[in-house]
Design a protein around this ligand. Structure first.
Ligand code: BG6
Length: 492
C-alpha cells in the first residue's frame, strides 16, 4: 500500500508574473514586477523610475532601501530588459504546457491570477473581460485533464497604479479593492476552481525587513505591520466571502516557511530561534489559522514601537475568517545564533546562519530534506488542519546536451529526498494533502530575475538576455516525476 493517501494531489506551481508574459496584452495593466530588472546571484534586481526632473534612475527592488526618491515615478526605461514582461509566454503556450503537466500525471496545478489582468489599475469597479476569459480558458483546459487548479489570488504582482497612486497596502481602501477583485473571480469561476490562496508568502512583508542586513528603522516595522494588518483583514474577509459564494470553496493561506534551528545548544540560541520563529513565520500563521493575534504579538510590536491602527470590528473579522487549510513554501533551512562569529548563508529572504551539516545550492540555499518532515510535524502539531506543500524545489543551472536531452540528476536527488521526507511526515500522522513543486516548468526567478536559475521538469528555451524561442522540452526529471506520480509516491 502506498504511504500517501489515495487522492493525494501531485502537481507543480507557478505564478502569473513569472510565467505568463504578455504584460501589456489583452488589456492588462502594469504591475510592480514590470518595472523590475533582472539581477544575478550576486547583483540585485532593480526597480526603475523617472525622477522629478525627468532623469532615469533605479533602486534595489527588495529590502528597506527599496523606496523611490521624492517625486519620482515608476517607469519602463528604454534599452532595459524586464524579464517578467515576457516570462516564458505561458499566456500563449498554456495549452501545450498543461498537456505536458497532464503527461506527467499532475492532478493539481498551482497558479496565480494577475490582479492587473482583471483590474488593470486595481481599483476599477468593472473587470476586464478579456482577462477573465484568459483564465476561464486555462481552467477549462485543466478540467479537460482532471487537473485541479489551486489559485493564488495575489502573488507578488500588485497593480502598479494601486501601489503608486493609491498607496497600496498602506491604504486601508485597498482591502475593498482586493475584495472586489475576489468577488469577481469567486463568482466568475464557480464550478471551475475549488481551492484558493489569499496571499502568496504573506509573512514576507515582515520577513523582508531583515533581508540585506541593514539596520531597520522602527518606521519600517510600523509600515510593514500595518500593511500586514490590512492584508489579514482582507484575507479573512475573502475567506468569508468565498464560503458565502460557494459551499465548494476552500481557502488557504500561504507562508514562506523559513525553518530555522538554533545553531548551538546555548539556551540563548534556543530563545533567539524561538523569537525568530514568532517573528518570521508564526505571527502570520497564527492570525490566519486561529483568527486572532497571538499572545507574543504585543512584544513584537513593542520592540519597535509599532502601534497598529485597527478599526472597530477588525478582530471579529479575523475570528470569522479563519483559513480552511495551511499551505507553505519550503526550500531550505538556516540557523539562528547569538554568537557573532557565525557564518551567514543566503536564501529566500532568510540570510540566517550557516549549518555545517548541510550542503547548499549554487545560490547558497541550504538543502535539508529532514527539515521538511520537521516543518510538517511542527505545523500539524500547532494547527491540526490540512497542510499543503505548495512550493519546493532546486534552482540549478541546466545543460542542454547536443541531442537536446537534459540530465538533471541533481534535481532528481533533491526531489527524491524531499518526497521521502514527505512520506515520513505522512507516516508521522501529518494530514498533508498536496505537493506542488515550484517552477514545474522553468520560469523567471522571483529573487534574481534570472532564467538560468531553473526549477522545472520542463525546460524552456529562454535565456537571461531575452533570447530563445520559448520551445519546451522534457528533462530527465520529467520522466522521473511521472513515475513517482504514477506510483503515488512509492517509486522514488
Ligand atoms: C518563493 C516565491 O519565495 O520562492 C516564488 O513564492 C519564487 O515566487 C520562489 O520564485 C523561488 O525563489 P527564486 O528567487 O529562486 O525564484
Amino acid at each position: 500500500m502506498s504511504k500517501f493517501p489515495k487522492g493525494f494531489y501531485w502537481g507543480g506551481a507557478t505564478a502569473a508574473n513569472q510565467c505568463e508574459g504578455a504584460w501589456n496584452v489583452g488589456g492588462r495593466g502594469p504591475a510592480l514586477t514590470d518595472v523590475t530588472t533582472g539581477g544575478t546571484v550576486n547583483t540585485p534586481r532593480y526597480t526603475t523610475y523617472i525622477d522629478k526632473d525627468g532623469n532615469p534612475g533605479k533602486v534595489a527592488s527588495m529590502g528597506i532601501t527599496a523606496k523611490l526618491p521624492e517625486g519620482a515615478k515608476y517607469a519602463v526605461l528604454p534599452d532595459t530588459l524586464y524579464p517578467n514582461h515576457d516570462g516564458i509566454d505561458f499566456y500563449h503556450h498554456y495549452k501545450e504546457d498543461i498537456a505536458m503537466f497532464a503527461e506527467m500525471g499532475f492532478n493539481m496545478f498551482r497558479m496565480s491570477i494577475s490582479w492587473s489582468r482583471i483590474f488593470p489599475k486595481g481599483n476599477e469597479t468593472e473587470p476586464n473581460r478579456e482577462g477573465l476569459e484568459f483564465y476561464r480558458n486555462v481552467f477549462l483546459e485543466l478540467k479537460k485533464y482532471n487537473i485541479e487548479p489551486l489559485v493564488t489570488i495575489s502573488h507578488y504582482d500588485d497593480p502598479l497604479y494601486l501601489v503608486e497612486e493609491l498607496g497600496g497596502w498602506n491604504n486601508r481602501k485597498t482591502i475593498d479593492y482586493y475584495l472586489n477583485y475576489c468577488k469577481t473571480i469567486f463568482n466568475e469561476y464557480k464550478g471551475l476552481v475549488k481551492y484558493w490562496l489569499t496571499f502568496n508568502e504573506i509573512n514576507c512583508l515582515v520577513a523582508f525587513l531583515t533581508f540585506g542586513g541593514d539596520k531597520v528603522p522602527d518606521a519600517a516595522y510600523q509600515e510593514a505591520y500595518q500593511k500586514l494588518h490590512h492584508q489579514f483583514v482582507a484575507s479573512a474577509k475573502a475567506v468569508k466571502l468565498a464560503h458565502e459564494i460557494s459551499p465548494e470553496y476552500k481557502v488557504g493561506n500561504m507562508i514562506c516557511y523559513l525553518t530555522s534551528y538554533p545553531l548551538t545548544c546555548d539556551p540563548k540560541d534556543v530563545i533567539k530561534n524561538m523569537e525568530h520563529e514568532q517573528f518570521a513565520v508564526d505571527y502570520c500563521g497564527d492570525v490566519q489559522v486561529r483568527g486572532a493575534y497571538p499572545a507574543y504579538a504585543k512584544r513584537l510590536w513593542d520592540a519597535h514601537n509599532v502601534k497598529i491602527q485597527m478599526e472597530e470590528g477588525d478582530l471579529e473579522t479575523l475570528a470569522e475568517g479563519k483559513v480552511d487549510f495551511y499551505t507553505f513554501s519550503y526550500y531550505m533551512t538556516s540557523c539562528v545564533t547569538t554568537h557573532a562569529d557565525a557564518e551567514k548563508t543566503a536564501g529566500n529572504l532568510s540570510m540566517g546562519g550557516k549549518n555545517p551539516y548541510l550542503k547548499a545550492s549554487d545560490w547558497g540555499w541550504q538543502i535539508d530534506p529532514d527539515g521538511l518532515r520537521f516543518t510538517l510535524n511542527r505545523l500539524y502539531n500547532r494547527y491540526q488542519i490540512p497542510l499543503m506543500v505548495v512550493e519546493n524545489g532546486l534552482g540549478a543551472y541546466d545543460t542542454v546536451e547536443p541531442d537536446g536531452s537534459i540530465h538533471d540528476s541533481y534535481r532528481i536527488d533533491y526531489f527524491r529526498q524531499h518526497i521521502a521526507a514527505l512520506a515520513e511526515a505522512v507516516a508521522d500522522g501529518v494530514d498533508v494533502r498536496a505537493y506542488t513543486p515550484w517552477g514545474c516548468i522553468d520560469l523567471v526567478s522571483a529573487g534574481t530575475g534570472e532564467m538560468r536559475k531553473r526549477y522545472g521538469f520542463i525546460y524552456v528555451n529562454k535565456q537571461d538576455d531575452g533570447s530563445g524561442d520559448d520551445s519546451r522540452s522534457r528533462k530527465d526529471s520529467f520522466f522521473w516525476y511521472q513515475k513517482v506520480i504514477k506510483s503515488n509516491g512509492e517509486d522514488l
